[in-house]
Design a protein around this ligand. Structure first.
Ligand code: ADP
Ligand code: MG
Length: 617
């Protein structure tokens, strides 16, 4: 390798430096929208309207009816570290606004074409300033009702490297809906509206300030977002406020029932002093509160409002302000867990819930009649012979004994071990199947066939089930509509956020169609690398890249999610007929050796190996 010349250290030109800083504050299109939204809320807006053209990075605007910016200060607002919110760092101890760094507008301006139009409440006229890549290119008088509009177009147009790493526009749009929902929950006295390509996608009007209890106002907002039926079922929690305990923090929450739990954390909203944050700490406290109401891998849906004395909170720890630091984390954890556990206590069952409802043997086989039971032959195949994509270790067989003759599964006895594995004796050894992985492989191939060809059959539900989706789930559902139909779902969207399930894919026993539908949708939107919720430990992550890659293969991601969530689980009891059908159908697939994540569906134990270990050889 040729010796490389050492690059000398140099100061970056100011224009470059400001872009790098922008990369931190404005890490994705959503951050730009978040900052503009927070500015509107800081400006005491009564109504905030978000308009998006095509996608967030193409163009969006946020308009408010807040206090506005004085004409002679408009350009100052676009300067770095220019803020009206604090005068000194100590002011952070009394902070009541969302912004404080004076960095958002300049950071957005540096990487976009930005237009700021504003009129203070007591001014006659509005003024406008336009920037490109951070440089002011136009100033003019303008017409506008009191308030401020910020327009952001062509985000990251001058930072092509960053553009390459953007999330998919559809995923970013759903994230925007989720964010709007969070701020709507934090600011019930503010009306919010979001319009995408001229179509209203989100709206909730401002709560009329009356003498309604704060908790009632919050529940009303939850009803506006998720439907009255869902909001009614939410459990209310309130605790803290004691200056001696946990530093005077007040905790209020609306908690979803265990059946509202999801396979991702997307149903959780944490609001601290009306700021939308991420917090593993609060997530863990919430999980603790639910105790064994939820099996592993399920995350409660809940909104938690925290009121924390500003001096006990550090909001200046993260460039996007999405994370905060609490003065007494242990105290806070205990307070949140205890507060939320209280209303949940009456739901606690006297037994431990097992995922998948292992309620005993099923009397009826959910599978097709067994095909010709010649699978035992294929156990010996090296994966390469049947599989195109998987590189699994060959079935453990260091001592290659004689090839076993075909063995009839009809003769073979099958046993279920710990309701997780199926044991099958074969000539020369024993094959152990992972029942979930095997079923996943079967369902995945079946789904791919249905999605690319003949639609699957649908079994109609005697009593249609209602699923209360979240807004982002509902959006995705609409997008997935035709594919879901191909799979065999018969769905009727009743308008956000409710959908009526009239039929489910045939050939399976679906006990809780609404839960399955939600898990299925969440599985599609899960970012790459999210763990397979059905796996019993940390194992190979879902390989789905539908929303983060450049070539989203939605169908495959849907098939994966379907396979993962509809498959029988560890803990499900199986009858001998079901076990036989499972094994037969597994070996009727193209790649019986691995599930869609590339995990083994079975392992083989050689008799020789057993003999050796028992000292027989
Ligand atoms: P910060 O919010 O941290 O102060 P920003 O860069 O987001 O910094 O905004 C700079 C300043 O511009 C704010 O302090 C505020 O005075 C003014 N400003 C920004 N957006 C608005 C708005 N929508 N309404 C009124 N003033 C605004
Ligand atoms: Mg700001």
């Amino acid at each position: 390798m040729p010796l490389q010349t050492v690059t000398p250290i140099r100061r970056l030109p100011p224009a470059t430096a400001s872009r790098i800083a922008a990369g931190e504050v404005i890490e994705r299109p959503l951050s730009a929208l978040k900052e503009a939204l927070e500015n509107a809320l800081d400006a005491e807006a009564g109504n905030v309207e978000v308009r998006i053209e095509r996608s967030l990075d193409h163009a969006f605007q946020v308009a408010d009816d807040g206090i506005g910016i004085a004409v002679d200060q408009l350009e100052l607002a676009l300067e770095r570290h220019a803020t009206s919110k604090i005068a000194a760092l100590e002011d952070l101890d009394r902070l009541t606004s969302l912004g404080f760094r004076g960095e958002a507008l300049p950071s957005i301006a540096a990487v976009s074409r930005l237009k700021l139009v504003s009129r203070p409440r007591d001014a006659e006229h509005a003024a406008m300033v336009r920037c490109e890549g951070g440089a002011v290119v136009e100033r003019a008088a303008a017409a506008r009702a009191p308030g401020t509009t910020v327009e952001v177009a062509d985000l990251f147009f001058n930072t092509p490297a960053r553009r390459k790493f953007l999330h998919s526009p559809a995923g970013e749009l759903r994230a925007a809906l989720r964010m709007l929902e969070a701020y709507a929950l934090a600011w019930p006295e503010v009306g919010f509206r979001m319009i995408v390509d001229g179509r209203e996608r989100f709206a909730c009007s401002r709560a009329v300030s009356g003498d309604a209890r704060e908790a009632e106002v919050r529940r009303a907002r939850a009803a506006a977002l998720w439907g009255a039926r869902h909001a009614e079922q939410l459990l209310e929690a309130r605790g803290g406020g004691d200056p001696a305990g946990a530093g005077g923090i007040v905790v209020e929450a609306l908690l979803g029932l265990p059946e509202h739990a999801r396979s991702t954390r997307e149903g959780q909203v944490f609001l601290v002093n009306r700021r939308w944050i991420q917090s593993p700490l609060l997530g863990a406290a919430l999980r603790q509160a639910y105790g064994n109401l939820l099996p592993a891998g399920r995350f409660p849906s809940a909104t938690v409002w925290l009121t924390v004395p500003p001096a006990r909170l550090d909001v200046n720890v993260h460039p996007t302000k999405r994370e905060v630091r609490f003065a007494d984390e242990n105290g806070l954890f205990a307070l949140v867990a205890a507060t939320c556990a209280l209303p949940l206590a009456r739901l606690q069952p006297p037994f431990t819930v097992v995922r998948g409802g292992a309620s005993g043997a099923r009397e009826e086989a959910p599978y097709a009649p067994p095909a010709e039971p010649r699978w035992a032959e294929r156990v010996r195949e090296r994966p390469g012979q049947t599989s195109l994509g998987f590189e699994l270790p060959p079935p453990s067989a260091p001592a290659a004994g004689p090839q076993p003759a075909a063995e009839s599964a009809a003769e073979a006895e099958l046993w279920q071990l710990h309701r997780t594995y199926i044991l099958a004796p074969v000539r020369g050894g024993l094959v152990i199947f992972d029942q979930h992985a095997a079923h996943e492989r079967i369902l995945f191939e079946e789904a791919m066939t249905r999605l690319h060809g003949e639609p699957g059959s649908s079994q109609q539900l005697m009593f249609p089930a209602l699923a209360d989706l979240t807004r982002d789930q509902f959006e995705l559902l609409l997008e997935l509509g035709p594919s879901l139909k191909q799979l065999g779902w018969d769905l009727r969207p009743l308008g956000p956020p409710t959908v009526m399930i009239q039929g489910v894919p045939g050939g399976l026993r679906v006990e809780r169609p609404a839960v399955l539908l939600q898990d299925l949708i969440d599985g599609v939107s899960e970012p790459a690398g999210a763990p397979d919720p059905a796996s019993r430990g940390a194992r190979t992550p879902l390989r789905g890249v539908a929303w983060s890659g450049a070539h989203p293969d939605l169908a495959e991601q849907l098939a994966r999610s379907w396979a993962c969530h509809a498959a029988i689980k560890a803990g499900d009891a199986l009858s001998p007929a079901e076990m036989r059908a499972l094994v037969d159908r597994l070996f009727a697939t193209s790649r019986p050796h691995g599930d869609p994540h590339g995990r083994a569906t079975f392992v083989r134990l050689e008799l020789d190996e057993l003999h050796r270990r028992f000292g027989r050889s």
